[in-house]
Each structure stands twice: as C-alpha cells, then as structure tokens.
Design a protein around this ligand. Structure first.
Ligand code: HEM
Ligand code: HEM
Length: 162
C-alpha cells in the first residue's frame, strides 16, 4: 500500500482552520471573562455581548470540527513518520496526543463553567487554555526547527500540494 507523504487536504484544512479558531478565541477570552463575571454576579440574568457570544460559538465549533478531524485521522491516518531517533518520534506522538486532549478539554471546560456559572471551572478553563497555548507554541517552534534547521521538509506535510 503506498504511504502518503503529506496529510490529506481535508486534514490540512482542518489543522489550520482549528488553529485559527483557537487563536481567535484566545483573543476573545478577556471579553468572555468580563461578561462571565458580570453574569455570575447577576445570578445569570444578564445578556452576553457580541464578543462573548462569539467566544461560545467559536469554542463549540472547535469541538464539532475536532470530531471530524479525529475521525479523518483514524480513517485516513498520517503520512509515514519523518526519519528521526525513535525517542523523538515518540515525543512527537505524545505531544500531538496532548494537543488533541487539550483542544477538547479547553472548550469543554469553558462550556461547563459557563453553563454551571461556576467560577472554579472558569479557573480550570483558564489554566487549560494557557497549557494549550504553551504546547501549541512549542509545537509551532519545533515544526519550524524541523523544516528550516533539520531541513527535513516537515512543514510541507501540512501544506496542500500534489
Ligand atoms: C477554542 C476554545 C476556547 C479557547 C481557546 C478559550 C479561551 C479562553 C480564554 C483565553 C479566556 C480568558 C481567560 C482569562 O481571563 O485569562 C476564556 C474565558 C472563558 N471562556 Fe473560553 N475558550 C474556549 C472555548 C470556550 C467555550 C466553548 C466556552 C463556553 C461555551 C467558553 C467559556 C468561557 C468562560 C465562561 C470564560 C470566563 C472564565 C473566567 O473568567 O473564570 N470558552 N476562554
Ligand atoms: C504556526 C503554527 C503551526 C505550525 C507551523 C504547525 C505545523 C504542523 C505540522 C508541520 C504538522 C505535521 C507534523 C508531522 O507530520 O509529524 C502538524 C501537526 C499537528 N498540529 Fe500543527 N502547526 C501549527 C499550529 C498548530 C496549533 C495551534 C495546533 C493546536 C492547537 C496544532 C495541532 C497539531 C496536531 C494535533 C498535529 C498532529 C496531526 C496528526 O498527526 O493527527 N498545530 N502541525
């Protein structure tokens, strides 16, 4: 069976779309936080502004898109691993798995905090978000390191082409 050299177009589109949506929600976080605190103070009777509603909508969309992405990952798999020491390949796998877990945990914790008007869960949501951002930043740095320093063409695997 021929092994592919890059991710399928559908997988690539979802990788970048989800990355953009997560980045956008990070930027909307402060507005959501202010709206949430006001909502908790009023016992849940206030209305949310546009930015806070966008935060909820984008966050829930991320979860829906993630289900599609995980299904594609299971059925379409990934390209063959780049040549690297076994330990590095395992570290990459663990890092990607952690990214998936956090990508789910962040919006789900936000959803639970919001629906339960629960400030402790709000704190959990914040901590998980910061962890996700840290990991995603490291992930992007490593991808560029692979591509430009190790020169193994890794980035091309996440860019459409023949
Ligand atoms: C891609 C997913 C998401 C990301 C990256 C994200 C990110 C953030 C960030 C950065 C904050 C601000 C934290 C701070 O003040 O420092 C925040 C707050 C909040 N988010 Fe999200 N969020 C996501 C999804 C959701 C969803 C789906 C909901 C609810 C339906 C939600 C509800 C909240 C609430 C209630 C707060 C206020 C928490 C508090 O101040 O204690 N988030 N989010
Ligand atoms: C500038 C930013 C980014 C770059 C350059 C980048 C680059 C890449 C590349 C090249 C791969 C393929 C790795 C391989 O073939 O082994 C990949 C995979 C992956 N990326 Fe990113 N990425 C970025 C942002 C993000 C963000 C923000 C997230 C999530 C929050 C993310 C999550 C993932 C995951 C989970 C995989 C594993 C895919 C799989 O095999 O299922 N990436 N990324």
């Amino acid at each position: 069976m021929p092994t592919k050299t890059r991710y399928d177009l559908s997988q690539i589109v979802l990788h970048w779309l989800i990355a953009i949506l997560i980045g956008a929600n990070y930027l909307l976080g402060d507005a959501m936080s202010d709206a949430f605190k006001a909502l908790v103070r009023s016992g849940g009777s206030g209305a949310l502004d546009g930015a806070a509603n966008a935060h909820r909508l984008i966050g829930v969309s991320v979860v829906v898109l993630l289900f599609v992405r995980v299904a594609l990952r299971l059925f379409k798999k990934a390209p063959a691993e780049v040549t690297a020491p076994r330990l590095m390949q395992l570290a990459a796998k663990a890092g990607h798995l952690a990214l998936y877990v956090l990508m789910f945990a962040v919006p789900i914790s936000g959803f639970l905090a919001f629906n339960g008007l629960n400030r402790d869960l709000g704190e959990v949501h914040e901590v998980l978000t910061n962890l996700l951002m840290l990991l995603a930043f490291g992930h992007a740095l490593l991808a560029f390191y692979h591509h430009y320093v190790m020169k193994d063409g890794l980035l091309v695997r996440m860019i459409p082409g023949k």
